[in-house]
Write a protein that binds this ligand. Structure first.
Ligand SMILES: [Zn+2]
Length: 490
């Protein structure tokens, strides 16, 4: 069944969902679960009640539900109960510059769960030389049976000719109802303008939303060459090779093509005011555009990438960390719903070996940071606890909006009878520190090292089964299922 999308920036429309799946037939939650006396917080509601879960779903929400025999009971008094969080932008299996991102689906999904994320959407990324269907099978094979949380994919369109298009149609039928396109990375993932237009037309025809990396590839290539020729080879020059205006040009470019094609688009990892203004200009003209930003843009700035002794390489990502002045603008965008979602763009590369591939040339530093595990706790601490946004927008940006935009709502993204029993019983009294020493992500540094957090998940459930207790994964490796999603009607 087709589903409507939320209106850009402010939507709270209920949608119809679809379910899969092979995996859930294999692994059923073993016993009923009763979560008692927690303060339930969704994108729109807040109240104290008990939640009863059976057969992987929430079946009752009432006060004073007596525990049935055999049910597992969780005392949630004094704690929040949030819907499982959704990370709509994650890389796990990621070939990059002759190496691979460090996490496996096992390590990444367990790190996600410890941090409260119960569903992730991974970028499924075959390059131009690979066939889309072979890419789909490859990524699905890597994830199925290994992912501990539920998962889906955005399908990268790295080539758009007739062969690719016919395979993309089949992939959408198999439950991947969103595309990813890159304006950057020509030759590998980047599309020509002709292909971009074709991909967006196809997306519109299929009712698929297109997520987009917006940076002008030719400008980046030219600026990189200028910098390297001037002997500017360290990670501190990464920002100068991809300044805000290069991102804004990419956003403007996408707005033009989306307007012409009548396509629905979602800008991933928006990092700066200039990009936001270009998107707002498109929205004003009627372009159907939604925005995502990342936890690292809210908490880190470009001085991190300027740290001496190559330490800055830990903070090389694209678009780059920006000047601090952008942080308030992004926080305000999230608070007001102008920016719909908060993601991680998790892409972990070891500092000791992989980041060092770019020691004499910053363009050879693998781009990305580990952030999947810490997204929710950092967002809660520096957003809700610091008064930058309320609990409802916190849940909305970190869970509900992604569910609505990508066809998972109300199966995911909220707490109501019939929804999957993905719950985060959150302890607001917890005090801790983010560190590589305690993280589950399989990488040798933490970009938020030493940052305090004021709250973390006490219990995390995936379809009614407890996966995390007080920071420890206690779930079942490989229990996550592939969430098939239907297209929208545009
Ligand atoms: Zn990404």
């Amino acid at each position: 069944m087709a589903r409507p999308l939320p209106s850009p920036g402010f939507g709270r429309i209920a949608t119809v969902f679809v379910l899969s799946n092979r995996a859930s037939r294999v692994y059923k939650a073993r016993m009923a679960l009763l979560v008692k006396n927690g303060e339930i917080v969704t994108a729109s509601e807040r109240y104290v009640a008990d939640i009863f879960c059976a057969d992987e779903t929430i079946t009752r929400i009432e006060r004073n539900i007596p525990p049935p025999p055999g049910a597992e009971v969780i005392d949630a008094a004094g704690k929040y109960v949030f819907p499982g969080f959704i990370d709509p932008h994650v890389h796990i299996y990621l070939p990059c510059m002759c190496t691979f991102a460090k996490d496996t689906h096992g390590t990444a999904s367990q790190a996600a769960l410890v941090g409260g994320t119960t569903t992730l959407i991974e970028m499924l990324g075959p390059d131009r030389t690979q066939e889309p269907m072979a890419g789909f099978e490859l990524w699905l094979g890597k994830a199925e049976g290994h992912c501990a949380c539920d998962f889906s994919f955005h399908m990268t369109v790295s080539r758009c000719d007739e062969t690719a298009e016919s395979q993309l149609v089949e992939i959408v039928k198999r439950g991947v109802s969103s595309f990813k396109i890159y304006l950057a990375y020509p030759g590998a993932f980047g599309l020509t303008d002709q292909e971009l237009y074709r991909a967006l037309r196809l997306a519109r025809k299929l009712g698929v939303i297109t997520t987009a990396h917006c940076e002008n590839a030719d400008l980046i290539a030219e600026l990189q060459q200028q910098l390297l020729a001037a002997g500017k080879t360290g990670p501190e020059w990464h920002h100068a090779s991809r300044p805000p205006i290069v991102e804004a040009e990419g956003v403007h470019h996408l707005m033009t093509f989306a307007e012409l094609a009548g396509a629905h688009v979602y800008i991933v990892h928006l990092s700066c005011e200039e990009g936001l203004r270009a998107a707002a200009a498109g929205k004003t003209r009627g372009v159907k555009v939604w925005l995502e930003t990342l936890i690292q843009y809210l908490l880190l700035d470009k001085t991190y990438a300027e740290r001496p002794d190559f330490e800055g390489a830990k903070y090389v990502m694209s678009p780059p960390l920006r000047d601090r002045r952008n942080q308030d603008i992004l926080w305000n965008g999230l608070r007001d719903g102008v920016i719909s979602t908060l993601a991680s763009d998790h892409a972990p590369f070891d500092f000791a070996t992989q980041k060092r591939m770019g020691e004499s040339d910053f363009t050879k530093i693998p781009s990305g940071i580990p952030s999947l595990e810490d997204r929710v706790n950092a967002f809660y601490t520096y957003g809700v606890k610091r008064g930058r946004l309320d609990l409802h927008r916190f849940v909305d940006a970190a869970s509900t909006q992604a569910a609505k935009l990508f066809g998972l709502y109300p199966r995911k993204g909220t707490i109501q009878p019939g929804s999957d029993a993905d719950l985060v019983v959150y302890d607001p009294d917890y005090r801790g520190t983010l560190s590589v020493k305690t993280q589950r992500m399989n990488v040798d540094y933490n970009p938020f090292e030493g940052m305090a957090i004021e709250g973390r998940p006490h219990i995390v459930t995936v379809r009614g089964q407890i996966a995390v207790r007080d920071g420890k994964f206690v779930g079942e490796a490989g229990r996550g299922c592939f969430l098939q999603r239907e297209p929208s009607h545009f």
